[in-house]
Design a binder for this molecule. Structure first.
Ligand SMILES: [Zn+2]
Length: 355
């Protein structure tokens, strides 16, 4: 990578699942350069990837008969994916345990370091070791008993999304729909409210990406931590159910929180389309809008690498310098680029983890 570019710390990747599922990663290794997927160690080094949130995401099992692809229907002006059914908590827990174990294996083989403090993040950025936050994308990963949160915290869990885009015992995720408001259903359950309090008590980041709007406002009311959406974009520029309205962005700003810009083309493009032929300027426009709303201290990246189609100008993690160059060309100075690249994540993590 170019020596004068800051390392990127990133709000979301699905690399663990991609490596885990043979039909996605085709058995590729994190340690060897591949053309498959978006992140492996050689490409991470090339792209100046300082690390990020490594999601443990549990897909619906085959016998549910539900997949995003098979339930996708095109409408006159967009698309709609029928709601994914709730997971069995025992299934979710056992799948999540496997993903957690796979992250620890990457660590034990020297591929990355699982960080638990912002000081450890800064240390990794200094030494060039890939830093990984153990993140749960959906609280069903905890299994039938939510008190497992503390057990996972002790292992290293530092970030939890209450939901993926489906309901669970705690809250309701937004089904994928374009165009659509994120206001798609009911708010948190009593167990969901209790989980928010527990996250606050332990200092676990609560990720608002994938949560519907009612749930968002309930967390905003309940939580005493900065509001964070790790991988979401501006609804004003791309009216997908997964994106954040200006009102939500204002609440994030008022809490001292932040948003990680998602590189998924479907959440970037004005037409919601799934084409990799999407210019990097589309990401720049979202950054501009988010910075305008949340401020230069409240925006970072949340690539969705290994979980979504990204613009051809990035391609995979080795293409991160192209995005930084596009932002520089659009007028972001060196200090601002540094904030977007990793400093804002570092500050928000420090505040959330109560250090
Ligand atoms: Zn996601």
């Amino acid at each position: 990578m170019q020596p004068n570019l800051p390392l990127v710390f990133d709000g979301h990747n699905d690399t663990l699942l991609n490596l885990h599922l043979p039909d996605r990663g085709e058995g590729r290794s994190f340690f060897e350069r591949s053309d498959l997927g978006h992140i492996d160690l050689p490409r991470a080094r090339e792209g100046g990837f300082g690390g990020g949130f490594f999601a443990c995401y549990v897909p619906n099992p085959e016998d549910d008969g539900w997949t995003e692809e098979s339930t996708l229907a095109f409408t006159d002006d967009g698309y709609e994916v029928s709601g994914a059914p709730q997971l069995d908590p025992d299934y979710a827990r056992s799948f999540a345990d496997d993903l957690v174990a796979s992250l620890f294996e990457l660590e034990s083989r020297g591929g990355l370091r699982i960080i638990r403090t912002s000081g450890e993040l800064r240390g990794c950025l200094k030494s060039g070791t890939v830093a990984a936050i153990l993140h749960f994308e959906g609280a069903e990963n905890l299994g039938p008993d939510p008190s497992a949160l503390e057990e996972f915290y002790e292992k290293g869990l530092r970030s939890l999304g209450l939901v993926w885009s489906r309901p669970n015992a705690y809250a309701h995720g937004v089904p994928f729909k374009f165009p659509s408001s994120p206001d798609t259903g009911p708010g948190l359950s009593g167990a969901g409210e209790e989980l928010v309090r527990e996250c606050n008590r332990l200092g676990v980041l609560i990720d608002l990406s994938h949560l519907n709007e009612k749930g968002f406002w309930e967390v905003a009311e309940l939580s005493d931590a900065p509001l964070v959406a790790t991988h979401s974009n501006a609804h004003a520029l791309c009216p997908a159910s997964r994106n954040l309205t200006d009102g939500q962005l204002d609440a994030i700003r008022d809490s001292g929180g932040m948003v990680g810009v998602n590189f998924a083309v479907g959440f970037l493009r004005e037409d919601g389309g799934e084409s990799a032929d999407t210019p990097l300027e589309t990401i720049v426009r979202h950054v501009d809008h988010l910075v305008g709303r949340v401020g230069i201290d409240g925006v970072g990246f949340g690539s969705d690498f290994d979980g979504a189609k990204v613009p051809g100008g990035i391609g995979d993690v080795s293409g991160l310098p192209n995005l930084l160059a596009a932002l520089r060309k659009a007028g972001y100075g060196e200090a601002e680029l540094k904030k977007l690249a990793h400093e804002n994540w570092s500050s928000v993590l420090r505040a959330t983890w109560r250090e």
